[in-house]
Ligand binder design. Structure first.
Ligand code: HEC
Ligand code: HEC
Ligand code: HEC
Ligand code: HEC
Ligand code: HEC
Ligand code: HEC
Ligand code: HEC
Ligand code: HEC
Length: 449
C-alpha cells in the first residue's frame, strides 16, 4: 500500500515536470537483450557444472534476469592489462578473460555510482596507506618485525582486506600478495579504483544486502572505529536487531522510505535517498566533522581528490581528510538532518546534535592538550627512538586513534557506552598518564627507564 503511493507519486511528479517544462534530458533509454549470444551461453552452461556456486547466485541476481552474464563482466580485450586465458573454455581462442573484475567494468552500465564513489573518502582507502611512509613502516617493519619472508602478511591479512591495495596481475594471474581481497579502495592495473563487492558481494550483487548494517560491519568494527557496536548500542540498532529481518529492502533507490523500515540502518543515514534527499555512493557527503583524525576539524575540503590526482600524476598522493560535501560542512549537516526529518521533529534532532557536537568539542580539548605535550617532548628529544615502547607516544596514539574515535563517533550516532565508558572515561585517565610523565621528563630533562 505504502509503496504503491510512493510509486504513483514519483511517476506523476515526473510526468507533471515533463509536461510543464518539456525537459526530457533526464529520461533514460535502457535496451535490455534477454537472449544471450552463443558464446555467453557457453560460459553459463559449462560453469553451471564446474563452478555451480557462482552460476546459482547469478541466476537469482538482477543481472541474471536482464541477461548481463559472465561474458559482460569477465571478458576483456586481448591488450587489457588484466587479460589471460586461464579457463579451459577459452584457451587458444581469441576470447580473453579476467578473474579480477574492476569498477571500470561496472562503470559501463553504472557510471553514476562509480563517479560518486570516486568522490568519497572510500576512494582513498588504499592510496592513503600507499602514500604514507609511516603506514608502510608500521605494516612491514614494526608488525612484520623487519624484512624477511613474512613481510607482507600483516598487510595481506589485515589492512588490505578493509582498505584494499594495489592489485598486480601478470598474464591474467593476480599476485597472491594482492588478491583476492574485499578492501574498499583497491587500485587496479586498468587504472580504476574502488571495489564494488565490498558491499554488494558477488554473484548476487544485491541492493538489499548493501542496505543492511552487515554490509558495513565487516570493516566498521573493533576498537578504533566500532560503528557496528555503536549502532547496536543505539536505539536504532536496538530496533533493527529486534525486527529488521522483516523490513523491505528491495525498493528502488530514492523510493526506499521510512515505513519500509522503522529505524535507519547505516545506509539510510550515509547513502540512501530518503524524503527529499537523493541516494549517493559518496559516504562523505553528509559528514560535518572529520571524526577519525587526531584533532576533529570541519569538513570544508570539497570532494576527495585521491583518484583524480592518481590518474593525473600516476603516483599516490595523500588524500584529502577534510573532503565531504562540496557545499561545506553546514550543508553536510543540513543533509544529515534531512535524514532524521522523516521520523523525528526539528527540536528533537537539533537538541541531539547540539549535545553530540559538544562532545566533539570536549574531545578536542583533550586532544589538543595531549598533542601539545607529545609535540613538546618530541622537539626536546624526550620521546624514545622506538616510539612503540614509549608510554607517552602509545597513550597519545590510543587517546586519539582508539578511545577518542569511540568518544566522538559514539556521541554522534547515539552509542552511549562508547561516548562514555569506552570513550571519555578512558580519555580522562589517558591524559593523566601523559601529564605525569610529561612533568617528570620536563623537570629532569631525561627519559625515565
Ligand atoms: C556483474 C558482473 C559479473 C557477472 C555478471 C559475473 N561476474 Fe564473476 N565476478 C565478478 C566480480 C566483481 C568478481 C570478484 C572479482 C575480484 O575480486 O576482483 C567475480 C569473480 C568470479 C570468479 C572467481 C571467484 C572465486 O571465488 O573463485 C569466477 C570464477 C567468476 N567470477 C565466474 C563467473 C561466471 C561463471 C559468471 C556467469 C555465471 C560470472 N562470473 C558473472 C563480476 C561478475
Ligand atoms: C568448457 C567449460 C568452460 C567454458 C565454456 C568456460 N569456462 Fe571458464 N572455467 C572453466 C573451468 C573448469 C575453470 C577453472 C575453475 C577452477 O580453477 O577451479 C574456469 C575458469 C574461469 C575463470 C577464472 C579464471 C582464473 O584466473 O582462475 C573465469 C573468470 C571464467 N572461467 C570465465 C569464463 C567465461 C567468461 C566464459 C565464457 C566466455 C567461460 N569461462 C567459459 C570452464 C569453462
Ligand atoms: C552490461 C551492463 C552491466 C554491467 C557491466 C554491470 N551491471 Fe549491474 N546492473 C545492470 C542492470 C541493467 C541492472 C538492473 C537490473 C534490474 O534490476 O532490472 C543492474 C543492477 C545492479 C544492481 C542492483 C541489484 C538489485 O538487487 O536491485 C547492483 C547492486 C549492480 N547492478 C552492481 C553492479 C556491479 C558491482 C557491477 C560490476 C562488478 C555491475 N553491476 C556491472 C547492468 C550492468
Ligand atoms: C577491520 C578493517 C580495518 C583494518 C584491518 C584496518 N583499517 Fe584502517 N580504517 C578502517 C576504517 C573503517 C577506517 C575509517 C574510520 C573512520 O572513518 O572513523 C579506517 C581509517 C584508517 C585511516 C585514516 C583514514 C585516512 O584516510 O588517513 C588510516 C591511515 C588507516 N585506517 C590505516 C590502516 C592501516 C595502515 C592498517 C593496517 C596496519 C589498517 N588501517 C587496518 C578499517 C580498517
Ligand atoms: C559502501 C557500500 C557500497 C559500495 C562500496 C558500493 N555500493 Fe552500490 N549501493 C550501496 C547501497 C547502500 C545502495 C542502496 C542505496 C539506496 O538505498 O538508495 C547501493 C545501490 C547500488 C545500485 C543501485 C541498484 C538499483 O537497484 O538501481 C547500483 C547499480 C550500485 N549500487 C552499484 C555499485 C557499484 C558499481 C559500485 C562500485 C563502484 C558500488 N555500488 C559500490 C552500497 C555500496
Ligand atoms: C571493505 C571495507 C569497508 C566496507 C564494507 C565499508 N567501509 Fe566505510 N570505510 C572503510 C575504510 C577503510 C574507510 C577509511 C577510508 C579512508 O579514510 O582512507 C572507510 C570510511 C568510511 C566513512 C568515512 C569517510 C571519510 O570521508 O572519512 C564513512 C562515513 C563510511 N566509511 C561509511 C560506510 C558505510 C555506511 C558502509 C556500508 C554501507 C561502509 N562504510 C562499508 C572500509 C569499509
Ligand atoms: C541515525 C543515523 C546514523 C546511522 C544509523 C549510522 N550513522 Fe554513522 N554517522 C552519523 C552521524 C550523524 C555521524 C557524524 C557526522 C558528522 O557530523 O560529521 C556519523 C559518523 C560516522 C562515521 C565517522 C566518519 C568520520 O569522520 O570518522 C562513520 C565511519 C560512520 N558514521 C559509519 C557508520 C556505520 C558503519 C553505521 C552502521 C553500523 C552507521 N554509521 C550508522 C549518522 C548515522
Ligand atoms: C526511519 C525512521 C528514523 C530515522 C530516519 C531516524 N530515526 Fe531516530 N529513532 C527512530 C525510532 C523509531 C526511534 C525510537 C523512538 C522512541 O523510542 O521514541 C528512534 C530513536 C532515536 C533516538 C533515541 C531515542 C530517544 O528518544 O532519545 C535518537 C537520539 C535518535 N533516534 C536520533 C536520530 C537522528 C539524529 C536521526 C538522523 C540522523 C534519526 N534518529 C533518524 C526512527 C528514526
Amino acid at each position: 500500500m505504502f509503496k504503491k503511493i510512493i510509486l504513483v507519486m514519483l511517476v506523476t511528479s515526473g510526468l507533471l515536470f515533463a509536461a510543464k517544462v518539456g525537459d526530457v534530458t533526464g529520461t533514460k533509454t535502457l535496451k535490455v537483450d534477454m537472449n544471450m549470444t552463443k558464446l555467453a551461453a557457453s560460459c553459463v552452461q559449462c560453469h553451471a557444472k564446474k563452478t555451480p556456486g557462482q552460476v546459482n547466485e547469478w541466476r537469482k541476481s538482477r543481472h541474471g534476469h536482464v541477461g548481463v552474464s559472465c561474458l559482460d563482466c569477465h571478458v576483456v580485450k586481448k591488450d587489457s592489462p588484466l587479460a589471460g586465458q586461464n579457463c579451459p573454455g577459452v584457451k587458444g581462442t581469441n576470447t580473453y578473460i579476467s578473474v579480477v573484475v574492476t569498477p571500470k567494468t561496472c562503470k559501463r552500465c553504472h557510471p553514476n555510482e562509480v563517479k560518486q564513489f570516486d568522490q568519497s573518502g572510500h576512494a582513498r582507502a588504499a592510496i592513503q596507506i600507499k602514500s604514507k611512509a609511516g603506514m608502510q613502516a608500521l605494516m612491514h617493519k614494526v608488525e612484520a618485525m623487519g624484512d624477511h619472508k613474512f613481510i607482507n602478511s600483516p598487510e595481506a591479512t589485515g589492512c588490505m582486506q578493509c582498505h584494499g591495495t594495489v592489485v598486480k596481475v601478470k598474464n591474467g594471474v593476480p599476485d597472491p600478495a594482492t588478491w583476492p581481497n574485499i578492501g574498499i579502495g583497491n587500485v587496479y592495473p586498468d587504472g580504476s579504483v574502488g571495489n564494488c563487492i565490498s558491499c554488494h558481494s558477488g554473484h548476487l550483487f544485491s541492493i538489499a544486502e548493501s542496505r543492511k548494517p552487515t554490509a558495513c560491519a565487516s570493516c566498521h568494527l573493533g576498537p578504533d572505529h566500532p560503528d557496528k557496536e555503536i549502532y547496536n548500542n543505539s536505539q536504532h540498532g536496538h530496533i533493527f536487531n529486534s525486527e529488521g529481518s522483516t523490513w523491505n529492502y528491495t525498493a528502488a533507490p530514492d523510493a526506499w522510505e521510512a515505513g519500509d523500515y522503522r529505524a535507519p540502518t547505516c545506509a539510510v543515514c550515509h547513502m540512501s535517498g530518503i524524503g527529499s534527499l537523493k541516494s549517493t555512493h559518496n559516504v562523505s557527503l553528509r559528514l560535518k566533522w572529520n571524526l577519525w583524525a587526531p584533532i576533529s576539524k570541519l569538513r570544508n575540503g570539497g570532494y576527495e581528490t585521491a583518484v583524480p590526482n592518481y590518474l593525473k600524476k600516476g603516483k599516490f598522493t595523500k588524500g584529502n581528510p577534510l573532503a565531504g560535501n562540496p557545499k561545506g560542512s553546514a550543508a553536510a549537516r543540513a543533509q544529515m538532518k534531512l535524514v532524521c526529518k522523516s521520523c523525528h521533529v526539528k527540536t528533537f534532532t537539533n537538541n541531539f546534535f547540539i549535545m553530540a557536537d559538544q562532545h566533539v568539542g570536549l574531545y578536542n580539548v583533550y586532544a589538543k592538550e595531549a598533542k601539545k605535550m607529545f609535540d613538546t617532548l618530541k622537539k626536546r628529544g624526550l620521546i624514545k627512538k622506538d616510539k612503540w615502547s614509549d608510554t607517552v607516544f602509545k597513550t597519545w596514539y590510543h587517546l586519539w586513534h582508539h578511545e577518542g574515535r569511540r568518544m566522538r563517533q559514539g556521541a554522534l550516532m547515539g552509542g552511549s557506552d562508547f561516548a562514555h565508558w569506552n570513550g571519555v572515561f578512558v580519555l580522562q585517565q589517558d591524559i593523566r598518564v601523559i601529564r605525569t610523565i610529561y612533568n617528570k621528563r620536563m623537570k629532569s630533562g631525561k627519559i625515565e627507564d
